[in-house]
Design a protein around this ligand. Sequence first.
Ligand SMILES: Cc1ncc(COP(=O)(O)O)c(C=O)c1O
Length: 421
Amino acid sequence: MTHLATEALAAEKLALHGGPKTKTTPFGTGRRFGEEEKRLLLEVIDSDVLFYVFGTKVRQMESLMKSMYGVRYASGCSSGTAAVHIALGALGIEPGREVITSSITDMGTLTGVLYQLLVPRFADIDPATYNMSPASVEKLVNRRTGAIIVVHHAGLPADIEALAAIGKKHGIPVIEDCAQAHLTRWKGRLLGTFGDIASYSFNHFKHITTGSGGAVLTNREDLEERVRLFVDKCYFRDGRRRNPYFLAPNYQMTELQGAVAVAQLGKVERIVRRRGELGARLIQGLKQVPGIVPQAVPEGAEHSFFLFVVRVDPAAIPVPVAEFCKALDAEGIPCEPNKITGGMPIYLYDVFQKQSAFPKSRLPFVSRDLGSRVSYPRGLCPVAEDAFEHTFNLGLTEFYTEADVDDMVKGVAKVAAHFRR
Ligand SMILES: Cc1ncc(COP(=O)(O)O)c(C=O)c1O
C-alpha cells in the first residue's frame, strides 16, 4: 500500500462513525453437503444397519483415509477428542507420566490426557506462527515425559521435523493432533505421517465434517490392535472371547457418520486447495498494511487456513484489538478479537487453574500415588499470553471469492489507517 493510498484511507470516515461501509456485497456462501452425502446415507438406511461392525461405510472411510495418507492403519471414531484419547490409550502410557503439548489448542487435546491420569505440561509458542516451539518443548522433556502431542494449529504445520526429532532423541512417542490440519503438507509430506500416531476431527467447524466424528491414523503395526480396542470397550469383535483386559471407552463411529465421512473425504483436497489460494491472497494483501502482521508461513509449510490469525502491532496501532474489531465489524468484515483457538492459553482454563478435573480430588495434577505436583501460573507461556492480547481472527471459507478477500484487505487497511499512530 503506497503512502498516498494510506493517507486517503485514513481520511475516510469509519462506518462505525457513519462513514461508508467497505463491504457492500454479501460474502460467498455454499453448501457443505449434497448429492453424494444423500446417496451414501440412503445406502446406509436401505442396508438397515447403523453399527460399524456389521456395516460397510466406516470401513470404507478408513480405507479411503489409509490410501489418501499412505498409512497402514486408520480407525474412525466419534470425535477429535476421542481420537487423541485413543492415541494415548493405544500407546499405553502409565498414569502419572507427563504429556507435553501446546499452550494454544482446544480442550479436546487435553481431555484424554486427564482421563488417562497423565500430567499435562504446556509448551510456549513461536510468536510468528502461533505453533508450539521446539525449544520450549525440549526444555520440558524429563524422565517422566510419556508423550508429546504436536498440535498443528490453525491449519499451519508445526515445526514437525524438529518436534519429531526431539521425540526420537529421547525415545518419547509423538502424537500429531491434526484436527485443524486436514490434508496439509510440510515439505510435500502430509501431516499425520511424521509421528507415531495421528488424530483428526470431523466436528462442525473443521475442513470436513460429519457433525461430530474423528479418526486415528498410524503406521505402527504394534498399535493397531490397541487402537481398535480403545475405540470399542476393549471388545474383540472378531468372534474371540469377550474379556476386556484394559479400560477403554466406547468411541464408535456410526455408519451414518461413516457415510458422510466418505463423501466429505472426496471434497477435502478441493477445500484445502481453495482455502490455500484465498489465504495466500489475503496474506499478500494484509502484508502491505503497516502495523498489520498476518500469521507467518515458514518455507516448506502449506497452510490449509482452518483459522486466519492476524496480529495488530501495538507499537504502530496502539488500540485494543477489541476496539479494532468493532470498527472492522462495522465495515462489514466479521472478525473475532483475542480468540486464536480457545480465547486464552489453555492452561488458564478453570479445570487447570482450579485443578478440578475430578470431584474432590486434585488428580492428576497433584497426587502422592502418581508422584505428581504441577501448577500452571499466569506467565507460564508468555508468548502465548501475549498472542491472545494482540490478535484477531478473520473468517475465511472455501466459498469466499477473490473479491471478498480484496474487500477484507480494504476494510482492515481502512481501520488500520484510522487508528495508526
Ligand atoms: C486441535 C484440536 N484438537 C482436538 C479437537 C477436538 O475435536 P472434537 O471437537 O471433534 O472433539 C479440536 C476441536 O476443536 C481441535 O481444534
